[in-house]
Write a protein that binds this ligand. Structure first.
Ligand code: GLY
Length: 379
């Protein structure tokens, strides 16, 4: 348990963990090695991921939750279910062309988590294979890892800050700095191009792939070019905090803090519930809880990195966000699939507005386990 929590906060965290255990145990019995994404009427559909292809970027989050719960409870059913998803991903390696920058989200939460917790050698190889694919996307002239495929040769996106921990892991594992050089070079470019002076971020920047010169900053999943897509901000909070953790470079911690301050300022005037975009029109009111729970994990990581005088700022902000989301948007009925509602996939995608999304549940789970000291570093 985090030693700085008040008695009231401890009670909330412990009570939430009890609900989490009941809910995820029931979900594991129903879902097993299926691959959930967005439920319909309280039930996950398309558990074989046939409608959205096996390579869909969110497909690692359910096994990530399973590994977190296996680590916290030692219940073997979580491990067995997670292993089943990891094996399904193997066919993706031979496809190659359809894989993308999100291999970090997919294999950190499956094979690398398995290897870290069980020492499974086959999982280590899978993780190193995925890391090599990610490193192979690096553009040395522009100094960035390119996003997506086809003609997007110069695209860099803030989301990728959450994928590069796969490269830090591979360098540590092989005792070979080359993967870390790629990760740091990408993080340096992302810091320079993506993060603005006020702590807000672009989602996407389009660079000239021949020299790295910035050509455009389109809206991406946010409201408009120059706006502030909140999940992108949360990727930066947590992503730069993780790059600090893995490298010790102070500038990454400074960036994580700057984006966190911007995030906290926006939520402090909105009941600690994150809008989908902090610079969108007042109407419609469009929330994205997934941004809040991801940023809360990042703030808990920052709280570990700063001195004790600064720590309450990040710890209390994370708690405020998690408690507000729990009160307004969590469903603890074990018979209903998913916990956190009111996630939003993208500002201009109405069918993805105010829905539960698997990564919202992942980050909520990780945050509660972090507060209890029962998490393990999956990143
Ligand atoms: N592109 C990943 C996300 O939706 O955050």
């Amino acid at each position: 348990m985090n030693a700085m929590l008040t008695a009231e906060d401890r009670k909330w965290v412990e009570g939430t963990y009890e609900k989490l255990k009941t809910k995820l145990s029931a979900e594991c019995d129903r879902i097993g090695s299926g691959i959930p994404y967005i439920p319909e009427n309280g039930k996950y559909v398309d558990l074989d991921s046939s409608k959205r292809h096996l390579n869909w970027w969110t497909n690692g989050f359910w096994p990530g939750m399973l590994w977190q719960m296996y680590h916290a409870t030692k219940d073997e059913k979580y491990r067995k279910a997670a292993e089943g998803v990891e094996e399904k991903f193997d066919e993706l390696f031979s496809e190659y062309l359809s894989l993308h920058h999100d291999v970090g989200f997919m294999w950190l939460h499956t094979a690398v988590a398995d290897y870290r917790l069980t020492g499974n050698e086959r999982s280590r190889v899978r993780g190193l294979h995925a890391a090599s694919l990610l490193a192979g996307r690096y553009n040395p002239a522009g100094k960035f890892i390119r996003a997506w495929n086809m003609d997007r040769t110069g695209w860099i996106i803030v989301d990728c800050m959450m994928n590069i921990p796969l490269l830090y892991w591979a360098s540590d594992e092989l005792q070979d700095p080359r993967f870390r050089f790629v990760a740091e070079s990408h993080a340096d470019t992302c810091r320079r191009i993506t993060v603005r002076g006020d702590g807000s971020c672009n989602h996407i920047s389009i660079l000239n792939p021949e020299n790295g010169e910035c050509i455009d900053n389109p809206a991406g999943q946010g409201y408009a070019s120059g706006s502030s897509w909140s999940r992108g901000q949360s990727w930066a909070v947590y992503g730069f905090a993780l790059s600090y953790l893995h490298t010790g470079k102070e500038e990454y911690l400074e960036t994580a803090k700057a984006v966190a301050h911007y995030f906290i300022a926006n939520l402090s005037v909105n009941g600690w519930l994150p809008l989908c975009d902090f610079r969108s029109p007042a109407e419609p009111v469009l929330y994205d809880t997934t941004a809040g729970v991801c940023a809360a994990c990042g703030m808990l990581e920052i709280a570990k990195a700063v001195g004790e005088n600064e720590r309450p700022l990040y710890l209390n902000a994370a708690l405020n966000i998690l408690k507000a989301i729990d009160k307004a948007f969590c469903n603890w009925d074990p018979e209903v699939d998913s916990i956190v509602s009111h996630g939003t996939t993208a500002y201009h995608t109405p069918e993805g507005h105010h829905v539960p999304i698997i990564y919202g549940d992942y980050f909520f789970t990780e945050a509660i386990l972090r507060l209890l000291g029962k998490d393990f570093l999956i990143w």
